[in-house]
Design a protein around this ligand. Structure first.
Ligand code: ATP
Ligand code: MG
Length: 269
């Protein structure tokens, strides 16, 4: 297993020997097994692995939707125990209130926390600008395209100023052009804000184009089989072309990950 320590200092997320069996204790087929993973502030962790290997399961544990059967997951040294806006979640299909305005959707979290209206108004403006939706605040969500809905979902998560953004194949259902635009958007947001992002994708190019670190999981039951830093973001941001993705180091990394995943899948035949 390739493992390199990417960051030093205090971890934000600490996953320690986590096993999750949907059948509960004594179950026979865990979805993930003995997964350990530390995530440091400011990392953009892209998680890859074959379908059904437990990526979403791991994300749901980090979100606090489900509890590990054994082992523990902590945020800032505190056990993750239930849902909290400290951890913002964005899924493949935006979970929004379709008949509400964009403004009302984005303001939902702070409204629930009774934040002062003046602050909410200013923050809605700020985060809509961040996701390039200035001028769309009064549109109803059902009037928006898929990419725009995902931008509303991202703004709705960011407005809560989460410690970590958990994204489960957020661009998986978008067409190629919109996907590229969304990748550029999230890259810029991350680079500027230094938010911590946990991002599941089945697209190896997406993982390399966005991540500061790539984690590869094995087939069911999911374990971490590779974990390494990547660093194409700055080159991409400074480049006027998409030449980075054709560079030797990019293609080498790409081949390495694809080999790893296919070897693991073949081993099961
Ligand atoms: N609520 C559930 N109850 C029982 N089994 C489940 C549940 N959710 C997921 N599983 C099983 O756990 C395993 C891991 O599922 P998970 O959704 O985490 O995989 P994944 O890596 O996200 O897959 P994909 O790439 O297809 O999204 C699968 O075998 C799946 O069938
Ligand atoms: Mg999944």
């Amino acid at each position: 297993m390739l493992e390199e320590q990417t960051e030093s200092g205090q971890q934000l997320i600490s996953v320690d020997q986590v096993t999750l069996d949907y059948g509960g204790k004594g179950g026979t087929s865990p979805a993930i097994k003995d997964v350990s993973l530390d995530i440091y502030p400011g990392e953009f962790v892209c998680v890859m692995g074959p379908s059904g290997c437990g990526k979403s399961t791991l994300l749901k544990i980090l979100a606090g939707f489900i509890k590990p059967t054994s082992g523990s997951a902590q945020l800032n040294g505190q056990l993750i125990d239930g849902i909290d806006s400290q951890r913002g979640v964005v899924f493949q299909n935006a979970t929004l209130y379709d008949w509400y305005s964009v403004r009302k959707n984005v303001a939902f979290g702070p409204n629930m926390k009774h934040v002062a209206k003046k602050i909410i108004d200013a923050d809605v403006k700020k985060y809509l600008a961040e996701v390039k939706l200035t001028g769309f605040a009064d549109k109803k969500v059902f009037e928006l395209s898929g990419g725009m809905k995902q931008r509303v979902a991202i703004a709705s998560a960011l407005i809560n100023k989460p410690e970590i953004l958990l994204m489960d194949e957020p661009f998986g259902a978008l067409d190629a052009l919109t996907k590229t635009q969304m990748q550029n958007l999230i890259r810029r947001i991350w680079f500027r804000s230094q938010n911590t992002i946990f991002f599941i994708t089945h697209d190896v190019d997406e993982a390399l184009l966005l991540g500061s670190r790539v984690v590869v999981m094995s087939k069911h039951p999911g374990r971490v089989i590779a974990d390494f830093p990547v660093n194409f973001t700055e080159t991409i941001l400074n480049s006027q072309t998409d030449s980075t993705r054709y560079s030797k180091s990019f293609l080498q990394r790409r081949k390495y990950i694809l080999n790893l995943i296919s070897q693991d899948e073949e081993a099961s035949f």
